[in-house]
Design a protein around this ligand. Structure first.
Ligand code: FAD
Length: 397
């Protein structure tokens, strides 16, 4: 049986950062990864570009319940430390509107830099090792694989991620490990996820992208809003404007199912309501067919799909409707299309300085497995690197 000071569960962003920081301090550690390769989600991130951090990592960019943890961790390992870490690995970075990317614009460069450091430090990686149980052992713990392999260690860092994109490795099994050790799991819900609405317009205009202003409403209250790319799909909406507001919608749908959740969408944000009304009036006066009345303000697929609206007749009412179209949300596209998980191991059960468990001594957590989720824009990977680094530094040698 192999023996190490620390076993790290999961070779994603948090696990690799934890391994590097632990080994640099001289802690003998091993990384157990269920997939045949490490860092699969890093490769998929940012559409292959990997938006790996953000210049502004203030706690307001993360969920309310995580503020203490986030402030403490970034206080120790913030945006500059993350940049220095990657510079130290020989990776050049560029910043775009505060979002930080590898200068190569390729996530594979990020993974390569991490792999080279792991190799240099001679951190063993056990591939195809799904940690099924963590048992108490003579040294502290036994980390036990699904096939019965056992590793003896005095501490364990759980960095198995959340529930999102299970094909990339994180299948929720880290939550089972945490809860078997006595931890509370804040119910995980998909976040940064396309939304499903029941409206023939989406189906008719599928594939069409526009710029739009989107408000997420729960029982008449605006809970999130965004402006940007909106894509019509067969089932509803995708695009950055939707992904940005989807967290609040998903939480409401999953945790408050009795409330009605809808989107109010301005599909013509570049024009005021009065000007739009005059534009419609003029087009109608010119005798344009209904499907062409909106042809000058909306892509043809959408203007044709909205020809029924023109029969309302009153340009002011039509303009008002286009500035605030209402769509009832009936669900999200679920884990296979969610970039992050909202929810996870309760942040209050973890020491904000070490990320050690307050429930089971010798257990540490980092990354998405914790109930910490940030906005889109590099905040989630920043959390994974920083929390991984802090936990790896805190584990006993
Ligand atoms: C498509 C996509 C694009 C994204 N783009 C960005 C972006 O540009 N910027 C950004 O900030 N964030 C982005 N994210 C989110 C970000 O990638 C994640 O928040 C981050 O990678 C989480 O890192 P992690 O190490 O905590 O978990 P993961 O990366 O999920 O790693 C967990 C690892 O643990 C392994 N594992 C799980 N359970 C076990 C077990 N029981 N035993 C052994 N191994 C186990 C998994 O196989 C996996 O390798 C994106 C996510 C997706 C899905």
């Amino acid at each position: 049986m192999q023996e190490f000071s620390t076993a790290i569960v999961g070779a994603g962003a948090a696990g690799l950062a934890a391994a590097i920081s632990a080994k640099r301090r001289g802690t003998s550690c091993v990384v157990c990864e269920r997939l045949p390769k490490i860092g699969k989600k890093i490769l998929a991130s940012g559409n292959g570009r990997c938006n790996l951090s953000n210049e502004d990592l203030s706690a307001g960019n993360y969920n309310e319940g995580s503020k203490g943890l986030v402030t403490s961790v970034f206080g120790k390992f913030g945006s500059s430390a993350i940049k220095d870490f990657f510079h130290g690995l020989g990776l050049e970075l560029v910043s775009e509107d505060n979002r930080i990317f590898p200068a190569t614009n390729q996530s594979s460069s990020v993974l390569k830099a991490l792999e080279l450091e792991i190799e240099k430090l001679e951190v063993p990686i056990e591939l195809g090792f799904t940690v099924e149980r963590i048992e108490s052992g003579n040294k502290g713990f036994f980390v036990v694989s699904a096939s019965g392999k056992r590793i003896s260690c005095s501490s364990v860092v759980i960095t198995g991620g959340g529930n999102s994109y299970p094909a990339l490795g994180s299948d929720g099994s880290a939550y089972k490990l945490a809860s078997s050790l006595g931890h509370t799991i804040v119910p995980p819900v998909p976040s940064a996820v396309p939304l499903m609405v029941k409206d023939p317009l989406c189906h008719l205009a599928q594939g069409q992208r526009i710029e739009a202003k989107v408000k997420a409403m729960i029982s008449k209250e605006v809970v999130a809003q965004s402006c940007g790319d909106l894509m019509f799909t067969k089932y509803g909406f995708s695009g950055t404007a939707i992904l940005d507001i989807s967290r609040n919608v998903s939480i409401a749908l999953n945790r408050q199912p009795s409330k009605s959740v809808y989107l109010e969408v301005d599909i013509v944000p570049f024009i005021g309501e009065d000007e739009l009304a005059s534009n419609i009036e003029r087009a109608a006066r010119d005798g344009r067919p209904h499907e062409d009345v909106l042809a000058g303000v909306l892509p043809l697929k959408i203007s044709a799909a909205l020809k029924w609206l023109i029969s309302v007749g009153n340009p002011a009412i039509i303009a008002k409707k286009l500035k605030s179209m209402r769509f009832e949300v009936i669900g999200t596209r679920g884990w296979n299309e969610a970039e992050f998980t909202a929810g996870g191991v309760d942040a209050l059960e973890v020491d904000p300085v070490t990320l050690g468990s307050k429930i089971k001594k010798g257990i540490y957590f980092a990354g998405e497995v914790l109930d910490v989720d940030g906005r889109r824009g590099g905040y989630n990977l920043a959390w994974a690197w920083a929390s991984g680094f802090v936990a790896g530094t805190a584990v006993p040698r």
